[in-house]
Design a protein around this ligand. Structure first.
Ligand code: SF4
Length: 264
């Protein structure tokens, strides 16, 4: 059986192959010229404009022309999302608001590492200057169990982000919490979409993306920029859980000692 012939247009551009039988027929009809027998190659007398190959088509970027406010929980977790969001065309501004972080010195260390990285990559940041830890503690009283308190914690931070985004005329907001495998991504998304609706009324988008795929890049950038790595999620309960076995609910503090009934 004859080899599959190569078909060229008038400019020498390679086209889709044809069968040897059809190629011979085109030559016989004067509709193509024989270029070589080995390899069997024919050339058409006209040029063909081919559609660009899929990989050459510039993919439309989801963030093109959009301003996005990025809630940042810590320096390491900000690394990949900033890079990724910029790559997607977003004009990114950082936002710092983490009243859950305990104690104040830990809060400051994380804040400083965000500042350090933001300066290194030229990221503008809106800083919520107050340390509102008492608001967080008040909000989770009676809901200290892991997961239950996290929902409240996500809401506090994302609600503030949505508010600042709406007031600042941003198109979208999101959070670096979405990179952590220790966080509940589905719950963050749900809360994010709820507060987007509440504050933006359809004009503000909670941008969800699974940033976890950038976890190793996060590690590389954290190392490269020598950023502070925290040892626990943030709140006083997560600190306890980090250094003790199991979750804080194991203590049953909340159930056994209702508010106002603490024995002297
Ligand atoms: S464990 Fe983390 S997400 Fe959950 S409440 Fe504490 S700081 Fe917030």
């Amino acid at each position: 059986m004859e080899a599959v012939p190569i078909v060229l247009d008038a400019n020498g551009q390679q086209l889709s192959p044809t069968t040897a039988e059809k190629a011979r027929k085109l030559i016989a009809q004067g509709k193509a010229a024989l270029v070589s027998e080995e390899p069997f190659t024919i050339q058409l007398p006209y040029s063909v404009e081919l559609p660009p190959r899929p990989r050459e088509v510039e993919r439309e970027k989801v963030g093109q022309g959009k301003r996005l406010l990025l809630h940042i929980c810590c320096g390491p977790c900000s690394t990949y999302p900033i890079e990724r969001l910029r790559g997607e065309g977003f004009q990114v501004t950082g936002f710092w608001y983490n009243p859950n972080i305990h104690p104040w010195q830990e809060h400051q260390r994380r804040r400083e590492s965000v500042q350090k990285y933001a300066e290194a990559v030229g990221l503008p940041v809106i800083w919520h200057e107050k340390y509102e830890m008492p608001l967080y503690l008040r909000a989770v009283v009676g809901h200290e169990r892991f997961g239950e308190r996290c929902r409240i914690c996500y809401r506090m931070r994302l609600e503030k982000t949505a508010q600042v985004a709406a007031e600042g005329g941003f198109d979208a907001f999101t959070t670096t919490l979405l990179i952590s495998p220790h966080q509940n991504q589905a719950l963050i998304r749900q809360v994010g979409e709820e507060v987007a609706e509440e504050w933006g009324g359809g004009a503000l988008e909670f941008y969800f993306e699974n940033f976890r795929r950038g976890w190793s890049e996060r590690g590389r950038l954290t190392h490269e920029h020598d950023l502070y790595r925290q040892q626990y999620c943030g709140c006083i309960y997560s600190e306890w859980e980090r250094y003790n076995e199991g979750h804080i609910d194991g203590l049953l503090l909340v159930d056994s000692l209702p508010i106002g009934q603490v024995k002297p």
